[in-house]
Design a protein around this ligand. Structure first.
Ligand code: UDP
Ligand code: MG
Length: 315
């Protein structure tokens, strides 16, 4: 099998058929052989039914995986990569925001450039609000400052990997998955190509601002311990300042007899130090909770059903 397309689906009943058709149009005749791995990530609509019907009808090699509940896109991508058998594997969304034609270009690039192991699409221009794109920019600046590995601004999960890269990604078995980090962490040579995300075919995005914010925190906590160091540094700086202030107060009292102006200073300091301590505790808690979850060694996802129409294997 030359190419596997891995497609996570959450409430995509109106999109999967259109997606499959778009793949056929884009890939037939362009890629020697291909398969599509759909992962139904606990959709609340009829996505699974639709996928089963597609699997039975189509002449394309299709594998369909059904989760026991919604485990998130990260888990869906992991399960899909596990089922994919192609020499090249492309991660692509089901909503047709990412055109399958681009996957053909990615495959061509990898064929012609043996030095590269991965092609990743990044959004050169984002069709989103100013506030969101501002926060995203800040996030990339911050995470690149804090982490050793590189995060390309605007890079999406829309990527094509060689098999070795897929194996490397699958060997990373952590529960809290932050794919962009994992892709960078495993290394290999990545070529970035710009793309423009289309409008969603149907349905709506499942990413709210809060979800994105949590995802950003996940990314930072997963790839750097800098926040922990930051809280130690803040503690040390505070101690030094308080020692200096103590000296100033003693000297003022002894030499000038100035009555120490107490009340507002004390309130401000108590609130400030209280805030600092709570923040430090919170930061520690973020790491601790991840150790706790990771320590349980739970599987990344639970697969309830798996079907394939293998007979049409045209390898
Ligand atoms: N998705 C998923 N599980 C989730 C949320 C999303 O498998 O919990 C899938 C979704 O079906 C789509 C892809 O991940 O194929 C990207 O999701 P979405 O379009 O909502 O994100 P956006 O394109 O807005 O970043
Ligand atoms: Mg989308």
């Amino acid at each position: 099998m030359k190419l596997s397309l891995v497609c996570p689906c959450y409430n995509e009943e109106k999109n999967v058929r259109a997606f499959l058709d778009a793949c056929k149009t884009a890939l037939d005749g362009k890629v020697e052989s291909y398969e599509i791995v759909f992962v139904n990530d606990g959709s609340r609509d009829n996505t699974w039914k639709e996928l089963k019907a597609l699997c039975a009808e189509t002449d394309v090699n299709v594998k369909i995986v059904n989760f026991s509940r919604n485990f998130g896109k990260e888990a869906a991508m992991y399960a899909g990569l596990g089922k994919a058998e192609g020499d090249y594997v492309t991660l692509i969304d089901a909503d047709l925001q990412q055109r399958p034609e681009i996957a053909v270009d990615m495959v061509e690039f990898l064929d012609n450039n043996p030095d590269f192991d991965c092609v990743a699409a990044y959004q050169a221009k984002r069709n989103e609000g100013f506030v969101l794109s501002f926060f995203k920019k800040c996030f990339y600046k911050l995470i690149n400052k804090l982490c050793e590995i590189d995060f390309k601004q605007g890079a999406s999960d829309f990527r094509t990997f060689r098999r070795e890269v897929v194996e490397a990604i699958l060997s990373v078995r952590e529960y809290h998955r932050f794919s962009k980090g994992i892709f960078s962490w495993v290394g290999f040579n990545t070529h970035y190509i710009p793309y423009v995300a289309e409008e969603r075919n149907a349905g709506k995005t499942s990413w709210s601002f809060i979800k994105l914010f949590k995802y950003a925190i996940d990314g930072i906590v997963a790839y750097t311990t800098a926040p922990l160091r930051l809280s130690s540094i803040a503690g040390i700086v505070m101690s030094v300042f308080s020692a200096i202030y103590m000296l100033v107060v003693i000297i003022q009292k002894l030499t000038m007899g100035i009555a120490i102006p107490g009340y507002p200073t004390i309130i401000v300091l108590i609130l400030f130090i209280g805030g600092l301590q709570l923040t430090s505790l919170g930061i520690m808690g973020e790491y601790l909770s991840r150790i706790y979850i990771e320590g349980k060694r739970r599987p990344i996802c639970i697969i309830k059903n798996y079907e394939t129409n293998e007979k049409k294997d045209n390898d």
